[in-house]
Design a protein around this ligand. Structure first.
Ligand code: K1U
Ligand code: ZN
Length: 172
């Protein structure tokens, strides 16, 4: 089932999410719903707080080439366990901040540990867009948005645009 994506500013997007301790069928269903919501948006990642659920759960699929097999990833309790000194700049977007993009600098390569849909511990090295995306999604679990990396003036400008968008949507 497709879920609604929250738009910034929303207090739920600023919360620190709780670790998943018991991997229930309900949480597996939530993960599946998040993938459906992400592909439908369309996006390359989604974090549980973006649909109002405050669990440490993210989904991603950064395969962009047409014809290439999709690679949906479901990560419970994802953690960056190592990151490179080398950085990468990427023009990021966010499904909770539609149509706004800005350059963010992050470590280029990260090692991430997580629990998969079957409850198995996983660890993998991510580079390029995958590394950018997984860091962006883990930030969501800590109540951090990509605009928090920007200068206050630019952040405020984007926030005002989003407030206006939400007012317009409420009138529809
Ligand atoms: O977390 C989110 O809001 C999803 C976000 C992930 C992200 C994008 C760019 C850099 C870092 C993280 C998005 O998916 S925004 C949409 C997007 O980037 C995209 C949509 C369709 C095709 C390709 C990219
Ligand atoms: Zn986002």
């Amino acid at each position: 089932m497709k879920r609604n994506i929250l738009i910034h500013p929303d207090p739920r997007l600023k919360k620190i999410c709780s670790p998943v301790v018991d991997l229930t069928d309900e949480l597996r269903q939530l993960a599946d719903d998040m993938l459906e919501t992400m592909y439908d948006a369309p996006g390359i990642g989604l974090a549980a707080p973006q649909i109002g659920m405050l669990d440490r759960l993210i989904v991603m699929d950064c395969v962009k080439e047409e014809g290439e097999a999709p690679r949906p990833l479901i990560m419970f309790n994802p953690e960056v366990v190592a990151s490179s000194d080398e950085t990468n700049v990427y023009e990021e977007g966010c499904l909770s901040i539609p149509e706004q993009f800005a350059e963010v600098t992050r470590p280029k390569v990260v090692d991430v540990a997580w629990i998969d849909r079957d409850g198995n511990a996983q660890r993998e090295t991510f580079d390029g867009l995958w590394a950018t995306c997984v860091q962006h999604e883990i930030d969501h679990l800590n109540g951090k948005l990509f605009i928090d990396y920007l200068k206050p003036m630019k952040r405020q400008m984007i926030t005002r645009k989003m407030q206006k968008l939400k007012r317009e949507q409420a009138r529809e």
